[in-house]
Write a protein that binds this ligand. Structure first.
Ligand code: MLT
Length: 258
C-alpha cells in the first residue's frame, strides 16, 4: 500500500500518524512549527486523505506495516520518533511492539493501549454497517463530532470544529467501515507497555472524553520512561484544538532527546 505523505523540514525524523476519520492535514500546525527544526513526515493512512481505500478490515497491524513500507521506500532505516493521535496511537503501539528497532522515541496523544469493550466493538460494527448501507459518512460524523471537542473549543475557536467536520466528510464510506472494524478488532496492548524501552511522551487533552486523562496517566505510568502531560483547553483532538500547547510539549520532549 503506497501512502500519500508530506515531508517537511530538516533534522531528525518525526513521523506523525493521524486519528480517525481524519487525514494528514490535521498536522498542519505541527508541520509548520515542529517542522522548522525536525523533519516531520505525515502520511495519509490507508483509506484516508489521498491514500487508496482498499476493501476489507484495516487492522492496526496492517496500517503499521504500511508505515514501515513507506519508511523503507524512503530509505529511512534509522530509528525514528513516532507519534500518533488516537487511532494513530493504536497504530504506533502496534508498530513499536512488532518493529521496536525502528523507533527511538514515542509520542502517544489522546489514545489508549486497551482494546474495545464488547459493547464498544458492537457499536463500531453497527456504525460500519450504517455507513455502508447509507453510502455516507454522515452517520459516523453525527455520532463522533459531539464527543470530540472540549466545550472551550466551541466557544474560543468554533472555526476549528468546522475545519475538522470538513476533514471527516472526506473519508470514503468503505474506508470508514474498514477502519472501524480494524479498531474493533485491535488487541489489548496494555501488557506491551512495560516493554517499551524508548523515551515516551503521553499527551492528553484536559477534556478528552474518548480517552480520558486518568486513562492516559495509567498508560504513562506503565511505560518505564514516560513523561505525562495534560494539554489545557483541549478535548480528544489536542493537536488541533490547542496546537500551541501541544507543539510546546512535543518540542520540549524532542529537545531532551536530541
Ligand atoms: C480517533 O480519534 O482516532 C478515534 O476516536 C479513535 C477511536 O474511535 O477509538
Amino acid at each position: 500500500m503506497l501512502l500519500a505523505f508530506d515531508d517537511d523540514g530538516p533534522g531528525p525524523v518525526v513521523v506523525l500518524l493521524h486519528g480517525f476519520p481524519l487525514n494528514r492535514s490535521m498536522w498542519s500546525a505541527q508541520r509548520a512549527n515542529i517542522g522548522s527544526t525536525y523533519r516531520v513526515i505525515t502520511p495519509d493512512l490507508r483509506g484516508h486523505g489521498e491514500t487508496a481505500a482498499p476493501d476489507g478490515i484495516y487492522t492496526m497491524d496492517a496500517m503499521a506495516d504500511d508505515v514501515i513500507d513507506l519508511l523503507n521506500a524512503m530509505q529511512l532505516t534509522e530509528p525514528i520518533v513516532l507519534g500518533g493521535m488516537s487511532m494513530g496511537g493504536y497504530i504506533a503501539l502496534s508498530l513499536i511492539a512488532r518493529h521496536p528497532e525502528r523507533v527511538r522515541a514515542l509520542i502517544l496523544m489522546d489514545t489508549r493501549a486497551g482494546a474495545d469493550s464488547p459493547e464498544a466493538a458492537h457499536g463500531r460494527e453497527e456504525l460500519a454497517r450504517k455507513v455502508e448501507t447509507s453510502r455516507s459518512v454522515v452517520p459516523l460524523i453525527d455520532a463522533m463530532l459531539p464527543k470530540l471537542f472540549s466545550p472551550l473549543t466551541g466557544s474560543l475557536h468554533p472555526q476549528r470544529i468546522g475545519t475538522i467536520r470538513l476533514m471527516m466528510e472526506k473519508v470514503r464510506p468503505r474506508a470508514a467501515a474498514g477502519a472501524l472494524r480494524g479498531m474493533a478488532a485491535r488487541p489489548d496492548r496494555t501488557s506491551d507497555l512495560a516493554r517499551i524501552r524508548v523515551p515516551t511522551l503521553v499527551l492528553v487533552g484536559a477534556d478528552d472524553k474518548i480517552t480520558p486523562p486518568e486513562e492516559a496517566r495509567s498508560m504513562a505510568e506503565a511505560i518505564p520512561d514516560a513523561h505525562f502531560h495534560i494539554i489545557p483547553e483541549a478535548g480528544h483532538l489536542a493537536p488541533l484544538e490547542n496546537p500551541a500547547a501541544t507543539n510546546e510539549a512535543i518540542l520540549r520532549f524532542l529537545s531532551r532527546l536530541h
